[in-house]
Write a protein that binds this ligand. Structure first.
Ligand code: FAD
Length: 147
């Protein structure tokens, strides 16, 4: 693994400022990024840890009701919390089952919902690209009952 420095921002503004340095990656649970760093597929010079942001904004790490129906899943919410949320289990049982079947308990407890593997979906790829260009912001992704 190549050497890197590690920033612990206390606000979204600080996180965005830190991420504007070249070759910076955000890190959430680290379950994907650290593996890629170990095999030097990813070689960031700077890591910006997003987890402290949930201390001042709990919506980043929780499941909540969205205005107009549906649920809002905070970007830093671990897969486990989403899978076991009673509203997800009742209203989105396939999502809950997929999360429970998709990885071991250890991974589910660490892996966040807004950092899906590169190339798995277009939104994820766009976020990765924005992260690389330094324009990404930690986000929450709403789901809708209407779908
Ligand atoms: C066994 C297993 C099965 C998996 N199955 C699937 C699957 O079926 N579908 C799928 O899509 N993925 C799958 N993955 C990948 C999984 O989604 C990711 O490993 C997990 O979501 C990463 O979460 P993390 O918080 O550990 O991310 P990290 O490893 O911390 O980060 C991963 C990437 O996302 C970026 N990132 C993290 N948080 C944010 C944020 N809030 N805003 C912007 N960028 C951010 C990071 O910079 C990094 O590039 C699987 C992984 C494992 C280990």
């Amino acid at each position: 693994m190549k050497p890197f420095d590690y920033a612990v921002p206390r606000s979204v503004d600080e996180a965005v400022r830190a991420a504007s340095a070249p070759n910076t990656r955000f890190i959430a649970g680290g379950t994907n990024l650290i593996d890629l760093m170990k095999i030097e597929v990813e070689t960031p010079a700077h890591l910006v840890d997003l987890n402290p942001l949930a201390e001042s904004d709990s919506t980043l790490r929780s499941v909540g009701d969205a205005p107009g129906g549906g649920l809002r899943i905070g970007a830093l919410t671990p897969m486990s919390d989403v899978a076991w949320d009673p509203r997800v289990k009742e209203r989105y049982p396939v999502l809950s089952q997929a999360l429970l079947l998709g990885a071991s308990g250890q991974l589910r407890n660490m892996a966040s919902m807004d950092s899906m593997q590169s190339g798995h979906c277009s939104t994820c790829s766009r976020m990765e690209a924005a992260s690389r260009s330094g324009s990404a912001t930690p986000s929450s992704r709403p789901t809708s009952n209407a779908r």
